[in-house]
Design a binder for this molecule. Structure first.
Ligand code: NAG
Ligand code: NAG
Ligand code: NAG
Length: 381
């Protein structure tokens, strides 16, 4: 009974996400900032805090320092979600989701070490373990983003960048609260160094409270960002909740797994092609050899499509939003065409941190709900 209502809630939420994308944004016409005064300010990037996650430490301990530092901010994300779920008067949806997810965690449906890591965070900051685990699943399915890989003219650098957009769920809300989730997620944006044997194994960015990564790079090896599909594989998530697919991989954990287990572009690419995933996603992968850049389109079981740099119609950059490359984006959410136009205006000659930031800061690529922008420079050897 409880499970059924929770599943119903999930269904509603994701129908709502899709529906919300149809809300008109007349105040957001495309406006490419390339050629205008530079907006890139590296000092802003330094404001995002770095934490070390020691993979040699026991899982329960790994995220404790970060959790302690972000206790109030994580609590605030919970408050925003809890408020959101009061849209059904008289039903304690937030409570139900917590219970149902806690029970899934107890049954071992979230794999280790992630499960122990989540438990360590919950223990540290005294939040409901079910809600914390739900947050980890919620983030899996609701990222709207733009990712770009671009090769410089001298082939010495590959730039990999992404905007993380979030909070579209809230667009119907009264203006004062509309951006509540986006604002609360800005405050939990953190950078992580994952350490092994006392050395940096890879670096990534995530949202405090999540133990997976959203955007990451292994120095001199590869970089990866993931964008969600506009329609998450809800049915698969429900099957997971029902206990049918306990070994399925959560994409944000899978991304972290790739960095822990792969040392180059090809290894990551091969693994992305075949993993069984909880939801389909777009994997934007960059390497350290000239031309190593791909967008891999995945459904839950297979690779559907791969776009490569310098392949067919593709030239020196690939830009991916939240729609299959062979299909049209929702007309109201076309960040692809303005983004491509803006990249072409930048030109290959001018690709740089500042140049790509200019593109990602242009409307409508910078969304009303953009949480953060990540810029990565991969040295090509
Ligand atoms: C490209 O860079 C050159 C030299 O820095 C600059 O003069 C030019 O305006 C740039 N072009 C664009 C489109 O930003
Ligand atoms: C995933 O895509 C592949 C290739 O297009 C297709 O054969 C397969 O049936 C799809 N799987 C699902 C679950 O839709
Ligand atoms: C860069 C930019 O235009 N950001 C805007 C995104 O939307 C929020 C909410 O409307 C604005 O406050 C930001 O200025």
């Amino acid at each position: 009974m409880r499970l059924t209502s929770a599943v119903g809630v999930l269904l509603f939420c994701f129908v709502a996400v899709v529906w919300c994308r149809d809300v008109n944004n007349p105040d957001y016409p495309p406006q490419c900032l390339v050629g205008q005064p530079q907006v890139y300010d590296p000092v802003q990037a330094e404001k995002v805090v770095w934490f070390d996650i020691d993979l040699d430490a026991p899982p329960r301990q790994r995220f404790k320092q970060l959790a302690r530092a972000y206790k109030n901010e994580i609590q605030h994300v919970f408050d925003v979600l809890k408020y959101f779920f009061t849209i059904f008067p008289g039903i304690d949806i937030w409570g139900i989701l917590g219970d149902v997810t806690a029970s899934a965690l107890e049954k071992g449906m979230i794999m280790n070490p992630y499960r122990d890591e989540i438990e360590g965070i919950a223990e540290e900051i005294g939040v409901n373990i079910g809600h914390l685990a739900f947050l980890n699943i919620f983030y899996e399915m609701s990222r709207f983003c733009t990712s770009i890989v671009a090769q410089t003219e001298d082939n010495k650098d590959l730039y990999h960048a992404r905007n993380l957009d979030f909070g579209q769920l809230f667009v119907w809300d009264i203006p004062a609260q509309s951006w509540g989730l986006t604002e609360s997620l800005k405050k939990v944006t953190v950078n992580l160094n994952f350490l092994k044997g006392g050395k940096i194994l890879f670096k990534g960015s995530t949202l405090a409270g999540h133990v997976g990564v959203l955007t990451a790079m292994k120095p001199y090896a590869f970089s990866l960002s993931m964008n969600a599909k506009v329609q998450p594989d809800l049915f698969n998530v429900i099957r997971w909740y029902m206990g049918e697919r306990p070994n399925i991989k959560f994409v944000m954990y899978f991304e972290r797994w790739l960095f822990e287990n792969c040392d180059d572009f090809e290894c990551a690419r091969e693994n992305i092609k075949s993993a069984e995933l909880l939801t389909g996603a777009y994997f934007i992968l960059g390497g350290n050899k000239p031309g190593q850049g791909s967008v891999l389109v995945r459904n839950t079981t297979d690779i559907q499509f791969e776009r490569k740099l310098f392949d067919g119609d593709n030239d020196w950059f690939l830009l991916q939003t939240n729609y299959d490359p062979d299909k049209l984006p929702l007309f109201i959410d076309n960040r692809r065409d303005p983004g491509n136009t803006c990249m072409n205006k930048l030109t290959r000659k001018n690709v740089s941190m500042a140049g790509i930031y200019q593109v990602l800061s242009s409307k409508p690529t910078i969304n009303k709900t953009t949480v953060h922008t990540v810029l990565i420079e991969d040295m090509v050897c």
